[in-house]
Design a protein around this ligand. Structure first.
Ligand code: URA
Length: 192
């Protein structure tokens, strides 16, 4: 990790990044939002259109869904979390980021994690799980179980955009399962 003196320096260096082709089409680098002192990170996939315009992650429809599921277990999205993405710039047409884009970008996330030292990390969706932990299993299999790496507890959950497409709250459906997963996260958060 480069010698950054504080999180502001990390954020501003990241905003000047030109490590991959996504820097040529972006409007803004979407670094993070929330509380850098929070015990918990949330990591999504990549910025969408609204995120690219505003410079903040999860401000569109998926972001509203993320806020709602967090609030359902009494987690405050801005105070209790530091929220970011695997890839910091919007892939054109909201396509999935390529593995070379993830490879170019991952050092920013490593730096954020090394510097802020979260105890818990929620990985939202399979791109985040594969991109950070290298686990290729379907999200339906791995969600809901803690993965411990370097002393950090990672919780894979469904991506909020998937919950928008599957809005039923019925027992056993994705939204209900996410609620169970987040109840585990809240319990762990309260125990730290
Ligand atoms: N907005 C983000 O910032 N990340 C996602 O993964 C989806 C929407």
């Amino acid at each position: 990790m480069k010698n950054f003196r504080n999180i502001k320096e990390i954020h501003s260096a990241c905003r000047n990044c030109k490590s991959c082709n996504l820097s040529t089409s972006r409007n803004n680098v979407v670094v993070a939002k929330g509380n850098p002192e929070a015990k918990m990170f949330i990591i999504g996939e990549a910025p969408g259109e609204k995120e690219d315009i505003t410079g903040f992650p999860f401000v569109g429809r998926a972001g509203k869904m993320l806020d709602a599921v967090l609030e359902s277990v009494d987690i405050d999205p801005l105070n209790d979390c530091y929220i970011t993405n695997i890839v910091k710039c919007r892939p054109p047409e909201n396509r999935r980021p390529s593995s070379s884009e993830i490879k170019s970008c991952i050092s920013w996330l490593d730096t954020q994690i090394e510097y802020l030292k979260p105890a818990i990390v929620i990985l939202a969706g399979s791109t985040a799980v594969e991109g950070y932990l290298g686990i290729k299993e379907p999200i339906t299999k791995i969600r809901g179980s803690w993965v411990v790496k370097n002393g950090v507890k990672f919780m894979p959950i469904f991506h909020p955009a998937y919950l928008l497409r599957n809005p039923s709250k019925e027992k056993g459906k994705p939204k209900w399962l996410t609620w169970q997963d987040l109840k585990k996260v809240k319990k762990e958060l309260d125990s730290i």
